[in-house]
Design a protein around this ligand. Structure first.
Ligand code: ADP
Ligand code: MG
Length: 820
């Protein structure tokens, strides 16, 4: 049934210390009988046995198992064979110390698919009785002697009624009495099954073997059937046969009887013994030249027989009560489930947490810490990767248009692009300053409204001016919309920032306080009437007011050239009617100019009536007012157009911003949605920070991964024995992998996830403090979710890696690693 052909195996192949451990081994094993592999230590017996049992691979050769021809080692094929057809007995027993005797054996039945508790009970009881271990079924293997452990190990190998029993020096650690007992059981098994037994004791081979294969240096040097009728000359050392000794003395009366025996002819010195009985205890006071004294009673495992030692013949030696019929599993219902249930793994993991050692507690603590570290680094990365759009100056409706001064389109041309958008507004207003006036000295500013948010904020944090049409009434969270031209509204963010940066110093602690203050924009007194909900820094005034004030930004402050003249153009609300000295207020496209400008104009010879036109002036003039500055006053349209002519980069408010962008772009005009542009600016500003944070985070995550690897590695090393036993018994790799995975998931949940949760709560709390102002961390539901996924991934990868590496080895390699 098992045939191996041309097996070649090397350890350390092609290295200087190469061992040719199996050198062209060909053996044809019979259906049943006891085949002994006999050879000195190091000859390759264990290796051969491992190969036959699928615990190890060979470099060359084939193995036939039943009808299955196995050319290349595949662990899943072997796991199945080992699980169903092979019972392994190891020299060092390899019982699972955490399980009882009963459970050690029941485990194997579950592995072959028998889960019926009654059948399990019956089988385990039978096999334990057969090896005389039934009374010890509840004990842990660590409480048993070597002989007892080996009996349990034999029971474990037999209980699933395998086709083949493989035994690697099963009596190597046993005394002679136990050796005989164990060998007798094995011999009995071999009457119906194939038993491949490895030993280096020729004696055992000769007494028990049906066939003896002698091995030396990885080669078969002899292979013969054992027909001789050897007697077991292993003396029964634990029985004292009195008839085989010299009786020297026999004393006695009604109270005491004493006799002295000696197994040698050598004369011994007199032995003085005093027997004292006190408190129902017998005391022996011995004075003798013999220093070694042993007491014979029930616990001593010694027996005194008043008879001669009779050498037993082979039949007598092989007497045993063991029968294999009771273990037939052919008709038993089998179902394949995982051996260790998820519930058991769960309990195991919980136990680990609750009853862990000091080292274990440090490990769990480091799991919790790693959770916190991951939360921190994810929040850090999120803060840099996810753009802080609160620095955007305009709402999403704005399109930024850039053109060169020379190839600039007309204002009307631009309006034409808008496709009849009634909301279209070209914002060329620029930036302004707003001061809070000192109530004691109206000419002095107490402080200015300021905006200074964010670590990566663009350099100019000046306040942008926009018209009130772009605020929806529903967004006013305090006060109301402006009604007259000197009323204005600011954004909530600007209000908060102004209070935080300077306002609080001057007793302005709230929006209510702020709204009581007197303000001034470009020297014009104004009233704050409302606050609108927004993350941006914008002041909204009426369109009339926006056009009438003199802006602070360079571009729009510079004079407008009208022909060869320069002048400043401002809105008509600036004008006090009583200042008009000639003509009247302008209507439509007309403007009214200051005396200073009028004087500078080239006068036409004919006396024209108002309104007048001049060759060197573009606008029709409706009149003149008193002022020493060169000023032009006109309608909003005229001013906005004039301002437009001065700028090459401006914002266009549109109700269909994306459509406008594509129309402009189709004509090769550079146009970007404000939202996109600000995102780009932000991205560029933060790219450096982003790289740094990402590297830092990767390093942190790398260390966490490494930490997990080492922690799980050490946890696994302590369980290599357990794993190797499971593997040797034929448990599938996937099942072991799976159970570790569940365990890691449970451990991660009760440790790392808690650390993660605590750190996340901490971060959310701190985002309301100073740290939050710098936006060093960002925590949103999405980042929390991503963080949790990353956390589990790290734990799984770091934790499973050592197990993955271990399970790549053959069971023999794992066993060997345990032995080291
Ligand atoms: P035996 O069981 O007959 O004592 P083994 O099969 O255990 O012999 O070992 C045969 C030879 O192979 C020995 O020299 C041993 O040192 C070597 N050997 C066994 N297992 C390994 C291993 N996993 N790695 C390297 N060398 C090994
Ligand atoms: Mg060996």
């Amino acid at each position: 049934m098992i045939r191996v052909k041309g097996l070649q195996k090397y350890f350390f192949r092609h290295k200087r210390n190469e061992i040719h451990v199996l050198n062209d081994m060909t053996i044809d094993f019979p259906e049943s009988g006891l085949v002994v592999l006999l050879g000195p230590s190091g000859s390759g017996k264990t290796t051969l046995l491992n190969v036959i049992g699928g615990l190890d691979s060979v470099q060359q050769g084939t193995i036939e198992f039943d009808d299955q021809q196995i050319n290349r080692y595949k662990s899943s094929t072997w796991d199945k064979i080992r699980n169903e057809s092979v019972g392994y007995i190891f020299q060092n027993y390899n019982l699972l110390p955490q399980l009882s005797v009963y459970d050690n054996i029941a485990l194997v039945l579950k592995m072959v698919g028998i889960h019926d508790p009654n059948i399990i009970d019956q089988r385990v009881a039978y096999i334990l009785k057969a090896v005389k271990m039934y009374p010890f079924r509840k004990k842990k293997s660590t409480q048993l002697s070597g002989g007892q452990q080996q009996r349990v190990a034999i029971a474990r190998a037999l209980v699933k009624n395998p086709r083949v029993i493989i035994a690697d020096e099963p009596t190597g650690n046993l005394d002679s009495k136990n050796t005989i007992d164990i060998m007798n059981i094995i011999k009995e098994i071999s009457k119906q099954k194939l038993v491949v037994l490895v030993t280096h004791e020729r004696n055992i081979a000769n007494v028990y073997g049906d066939r003896i294969i002698e091995i030396k240096d990885g080669q078969i040097i002899d292979d013969h059937l054992n027909e001789s009728d050897h007697e077991h000359n292993v003396s029964e050392e634990n029985i004292l046969y009195l008839k085989d000794m010299n009786q020297i003395t026999e004393l006695g009366n009604s109270n005491v009887k004493l006799s002295l025996y000696n197994d040698s002819d050598q004369v011994i010195d007199p032995v003085n013994i005093r027997l004292i009985v006190k408190n129902k205890t017998l005391y022996l006071d011995i004075d003798s030249s013999l220093t070694k004294v042993r007491l014979i009673n029930e616990s001593s495992n010694l027996l005194v027989k008043d008879e001669h030692y009779v050498k037993k013949n082979k039949e007598q030696l092989l007497e045993t009560a063991f029968k294999t019929d009771m273990l037939d599993n052919k008709d038993v219902h089998k179902s394949f489930r995982t051996i260790v249930s998820i519930k058991q793994i769960f309990m195991l993991a919980l136990q680990k947490i609750l009853y862990s050692s000091r080292k274990g507690k440090i490990m769990l603590f480091s799991f919790i810490m790693s959770g916190a570290v991951i939360a921190l680094s994810i929040a850090m990365v999120s803060a840099t990767i996810i753009p802080d759009l609160s620095n955007m100056r305009y709402e999403n409706n704005y399109v930024r248009v850039r053109q060169t001064q020379f190839s600039k389109m007309d204002y009307d041309e631009l309006v034409a692009y808008s496709d009849d958008d009634a909301k279209l507004y070209v914002n060329t207003l620029g930036t302004i300053e707003i001061s809070v006036l000192d109530p004691l000295n109206e000419d002095k500013a107490l402080f200015k409204l300021q905006y200074s948010k964010g670590m990566f904020q663009p350099a100019d944090s000046e306040i942008t001016l926009d018209i009130i049409d772009h605020v929806s009434r529903s967004k006013i969270v305090k006060g109301r919309m402006p009604q007259t031209h000197n009323e204005f509204v600011i954004t909530s963010e600007l209000a908060d920032q102004s209070i935080q940066t300077q306002g609080a110093e001057f007793g302005v602690w709230s929006w209510d306080h702020l709204m009581l203050e007197d303000f001034e924009i470009s020297g014009v007194p104004v009233k704050l009437v409302g606050i609108t909900k927004s993350d941006r820094n914008i002041v909204y005034t009426t369109r009339d007011f926006a056009n009438m004030i003199k802006p602070t930004s360079y571009l729009t402050q510079a004079p407008i050239y009208v022909g060869t003249l320069n002048a400043t153009i401002i809105g008509d609300h600036y004008l006090d009617e009583s200042l008009i000295t000639q003509g009247q207020l302008p209507t439509g496209d007309q403007v009214i100019v200051s005396q200073a400008l009028y004087d500078a104009l080239y006068k036409l010879p004919s006396g024209q009536d108002w309104p007048k036109t001049f060759d060197d002036f573009d606008y029709t003039i409706s009149g003149v007012f008193t002022d020493t500055e060169r000023l032009i006053v006109g309608s909003n349209q005229i001013i906005e157009k004039a301002r437009y002519d001065k700028v090459s980069s401006f914002y266009v408010y549109s109700s269909r911003p994306r459509a406008l962008v594509s129309t402009l772009e189709a004509d090769d005009i550079e146009a970007i949605l404000e939202l996109d542009e600000q995102t780009n600016i932000f991205n560029q500003a933060t790219i450096q920070a982003r790289i740094t944070t990402t590297i830092v985070t990767l390093v942190i995550i790398g260390f966490t991964l490494l930490g997990f690897y080492f922690i799980m590695h050490s946890s696994m090393v302590s369980r290599i024995y357990e794993i190797s036993v499971y593997r040797a018994l034929g448990m599938k790799k996937t099942e072991i992998f799976f159970s570790f995975m569940i365990e890691i998931l449970i451990l991660s949940t009760v440790t790392s996830l808690i650390g993660y949760g605590i750190a996340t709560i901490g971060l959310i709390q701190s985002s309301n403090t100073l740290i939050g102002m710098f936006r060093a961390f960002l925590v949103t539901p999405l980042t929390i979710l991503i963080g949790i996924i990353i956390l589990y991934l790290i734990n799984l990868i770091g934790g499973m890696f050592p197990i993955f590496l271990l399970l790549r080895k053959t069971p023999a390699q794992i066993l060997a690693q345990y032995d080291i």
